[in-house]
Design a protein around this ligand. Structure first.
Ligand code: B1M
Length: 207
């Protein structure tokens, strides 16, 4: 058995099978990052391809997402490091108009694992909600995720509003359509292409 079976079970949209296979892989000592990247995330990329080609539709994307999120929840204890001194507070969310949260949830997990207190505002988060939460929690960093090209303008709007308010917070952005160049252009302080990179951010208090 290998992570190819996990990949296949996600494409079969079989939540129970995905969970069973992931648990087996963990018991067999397979590296959790291999299960995550080569099994679960690779399968979602294929789901995206099938969606683009008209073989899968929104319900299939939703079921695949549910299977992957359940597996990620199962893997959480193995993805987290323990007993790390706090590096500060991060407010995170997926920007307005965007309902994708698997990548954002992984980023949250990595940030928690890296020692940040993470306040997760969820999906479809408007600018005002981000700003209120940054103030209330005296956040050191705000992390914005976007998965759609159509929600990148909402990311830019939020970054500009945070700057205009003069909030003393570092801004990190990411998500599949977001690039380092876009991050620079909209005035973000940090960008990462993936969750481990976000967890290794140098924007925290220790820098
Ligand atoms: Co959507 N969807 N979707 N979808 N979906 C994509 C993104 C798409 C690429 C599929 C495709 O066409 N090939 C496409 C976007 C095209 C574009 O904009 N260029 C798309 C579309 C079109 C849509 C709808 C418009 C479909 C429709 O209704 N007609 C619709 C939009 C809804 C909305 O948001 N308003 C829609 C809906 C959905 C579902 C709700 C069904 C479901 C999401 C469920 C959920 O998230 N709970 C869904 C899914 C599952 C996908 C795909 C298949 C998988 C996304 C995913 O979770 N990937 C996706 C295709 C694909 O990605 N290949 C697709 C795995 C995840 C780990 O990766 O989120 O990229 P990702 O996160 C990465 C990095 O990006 C990074 O770290 C993670 C990995 O380490 N990262 C950050 C993410 N955030 C970060 C923040 C950071 C740093 C790094 O710092 C702050």
């Amino acid at each position: 058995m290998d992570v190819k079976e996990v990949y296949g079970a996600v494409l079969d949209l079989d939540v129970n099978q995905v969970l069973e296979l992931v648990n087996n892989e963990i018991s067999n000592g397979t590296d959790v990052l291999t299960i995550l990247n080569d099994g679960l995330i690779a399968a979602l990329d294929e789901v995206g391809k099938r969606f683009s080609e008209g073989q899968f539709f929104v319900p299939e994307m939703l079921m695949a997402a549910k299977a992957v999120q359940s597996a990620v929840d199962e893997m959480k204890p193995y993805l987290m490091k323990k007993d790390i001194p706090s590096k500060g507070t991060i407010v995170i969310g997926t920007v307005a108009g965007d309902l994708h949260d698997i990548g954002k949830n992984l980023v949250s997990l990595m940030l928690e694992g890296a020692g940040y207190k993470v306040i997760d505002l969820g999906i479809n988060v408007d600018t005002e909600t981000f700003i209120t939460s940054i103030r209330e929690n005296k956040a050191d960093i705000v992390a914005l995720s976007a998965l759609l090209t159509t929600t990148m303008p909402a990311m830019e709007k939020t970054v500009k509003a945070i700057r205009k308010d003069g909030l003393n917070v570092k801004i990190m952005v990411g998500g599949a359509p977001v690039t380092a160049e876009f991050a620079r252009k909209i005035g973000a302080d940090g960008y990462s292409k993936d969750a481990p990179g976000a967890g290794a951010t140098k924007l925290g208090r220790d820098t």
